[in-house]
Design a protein around this ligand. Structure first.
Ligand code: ADP
Ligand code: MN
Ligand code: MN
Ligand code: MN
Length: 336
């Protein structure tokens, strides 16, 4: 027994892109089970989740991990936002994914999400000359050396923290634009990948804070001849991963093409600035799929085409997307 600090994390009602919020509750620990973590509340009028008069919103814990920053028995707690009576709050996009993942659970959907992001210090991306531009893109992707990559100490700290927290973290790389990076979470089921992606975003912001740096998920943080930031969503079902799965993957791509606009609508705000047809993207107005094609909307990886089974990569979601919405849309379109 002893007092522990539980950092309650939730998603606010900010539009068009929701933001993460958190606050700390101190209570007797350690905690071994989710049901030992008390529900809590917050002032929804300060997070665009309520009117001033009736502003109490509920935090319902749904997932917790050891806190890699505070250490000890302290924990990080992801929450769903509920109304005061316990019903689902309008800003809560997770509740719908709970229903969809239950309905299609026999499909055994897996997701691996590539989260790209950009570090900023003041008004410029990290490592950029004050008020100017670095050398043109080319040497930075997966680069090494103080003239090629910026912020590696933060990236390493973030990766250590995520691994320590038990997040299904699968890797990192420096991106094409200097100051831009990527990490991957998955493959995991839809709820796990989404809860863990949101949590790893929170850990990223929190750790970068220590360095006086902020990370942004804006899909086009610098306009012009610079790569945008996406969240490629790799997806498979049990049948796609089995012999003959390639046929099912191709069928899923055709269905995704028919629903292109519906998907774009939940793939993140300002994505039209990124999906221009340049910089390894397909135009937001077109839909194409193809093997190994990084200029397509959906890429079928070479290994999947060669093996005849595997997964597909939806390259359209932007870095600021809500994984609860993206996973829900993928499952409904590809599985029904
Ligand atoms: P890229 O070559 O596009 O940069 P990455 O290596 O960054 O690809 O990311 C690929 C992602 O796909 C990883 O997160 C990985 O876990 C995930 N992945 C691998 N196999 C599957 C699968 N069968 N279903 C879903 N996701 C998968
Ligand atoms: Mn990648
Ligand atoms: Mn990438
Ligand atoms: Mn990718």
């Amino acid at each position: 027994m002893g007092l522990i600090k539980a950092e309650y994390i939730w998603i606010d009602g900010h539009k068009p892109t929701a933001k993460l919020r958190s606050k700390t509750k101190v209570f007797d620990g350690p905690v071994n089970n989710l049901n030992e973590i008390p529900e809590w509340g917050f002032d929804g009028s300060s997070t665009m989740q309520a009117e001033g008069k009736n502003s109490d919103c509920m935090l319902k814990p749904i997932y917790f991990v050891p806190d890699p920053i505070r250490g000890g028995d302290n924990i990080l707690v992801m929450n769903e936002v509920r109304n005061a009576d316990g019903s689902v709050h309008v800003s809560n996009t997770r509740a719908q994914l709970v229903e969809i993942s239950e309905k299609y659970k026999e499909e055994e959907a897996w997701f691996g999400i590539e989260q790209e992001y950009t570090f900023f210090q003041g008004r410029s991306p990290l490592g950029w000359p004050e008020g100017g531009y670095p050398a043109p893109q080319g040497p930075f992707y997966c680069g090494v050396g103080a003239d090629e990559v910026f912020g590696r100490d933060i990236v390493e700290d973030h990766m250590d923290a995520c691994v320590q927290a038990g997040i299904g973290f699968s890797g990192i790389n420096a991106e094409v634009m200097p100051g831009q990076w990527e990490f991957q979470v998955g493959p995991l089921g839809p709820l796990d990948v989404s809860d863990q992606l949101w949590l790893s975003r929170w850990i990223l912001y929190r750790i970068a804070e220590e360095y006086g740096v902020n990370a942004t998920l804006h899909p086009k943080p610098v306009s012009g001849d610079w790569n945008g930031a996406g969240a490629h969503t790799n997806f498979s079902t049990k049948s796609m991963r089995s012999n003959g799965g390639l046929k099912i993957i191709e069928k899923a791509c055709e269905e995704l093409g028919k629903k292109h606009e519906d998907h774009i609508a939940v793939y993140g705000a300002h994505n039209e600035e990124r999906l221009t047809g340049l910089h390894e993207t397909c135009s937001i107005h077109d839909f194409r799929f193809g093997v190994s094609d990084r200029g397509a909307s959906i890429r079928i990886p070479m290994a999947t085409a060669n093996d005849g089974y595997g997964y597909l990569e939806d390259r359209r979601p932007s870095a600021n997307m809500d994984p609860y919405k993206v996973c829900a849309a993928m499952i409904v379109t590809c599985c029904s």
